[in-house]
Design a protein around this ligand. Structure first.
Ligand code: 5GP
Length: 208
């Protein structure tokens, strides 16, 4: 069967609960690798360098772009965000399903570069739930919340470019659904060409 992992791009409005769903997914299932992004934004309370993000200076980020160290990068609410390439390539080769938690612009760039990547968009059950979750987080100023809601309005326009949507009503249930969706990708005929060829050849040999 196929040994290389799938490249999974997960996006969703800020506050939709991607982090909680992924935590539940990683706690209950093996075979996943999470790509830690580089960013120029400041760490939030509790965020750890190298775990949540690689927090880097603007100069270092621009150097990473120059050196072609990033699979993709984008600017979001005034800061750079990007996916370090080496880790993703290594984990895919090792057979892990690699999850990139990135915004729309980066996701569409990935799809152009890696057409077999699976793009999944996580939606809240309603717009009102999103606003409540964003306010309840308590880590952002009013101004940033408004900026993020406005950005959500813009991003909502691009959701139909994704391959799948997933609704986060309950984080654990959403994680199970996400797992099912990702695991199903491994069963695609296109992803298993060498196995199919082997069966075809063996069948021919056995009927000679
Ligand atoms: P936050 O500042 O809330 O952690 O992230 C802001 C947005 O940047 C989120 O939509 C998140 O998914 C996105 N993001 C995080 N890492 C990357 C990355 O490496 N590339 C891109 N394009 N977006 C990212």
């Amino acid at each position: 069967m196929k040994t290389k992992g799938s490249l999974i791009v997960l996006s969703g409005f800020a506050g939709v609960g991607k982090g909680t769903v992924l935590k539940s997914l990683f706690e209950t299932h093996e075979g996943y690798a999470y790509s830690v992004s580089a960013t120029t934004r400041d760490p939030r309370p509790g965020e750890v360098d190298g775990v949540h993000y690689f927090f880097v200076s603007r100069e270092r980020f621009e150097q990473m772009i120059e050196n072609d160290e990033l699979l993709e990068h984008a600017c979001y609410v005034g800061n750079y965000y990007g996916t370090p390439k080496a880790y993703v390539d290594r984990k895919l080769e090792e057979g892990f399903d690699v999850i990139l938690e990135i915004e729309v612009q980066g996701a569409l760039n990935i799809k152009k570069k890696v057409p077999e990547a699976i793009l999944i968009y996580m939606l809240p059950p309603s717009a009102e739930t999103l606003k409540q979750r964003l306010t309840g987080r308590g880590t952002e100023t009013e101004e940033v919340i408004l900026k993020r809601m406005k950005r959500a309005c813009e991003e909502a326009v691009g959701v139909e470019n994704y391959d799948y949507i997933i609704v986060n009503d309950n984080a654990d249930e959403c994680a199970q659904e996400l797992n099912g969706l990702i695991r199903a990708q491994r069963l695609r005929a296109k992803s298993n060409i060498s196995f199919i060829r082997k069966i075809q050849k063996d069948l021919k040999d056995l009927t000679k």
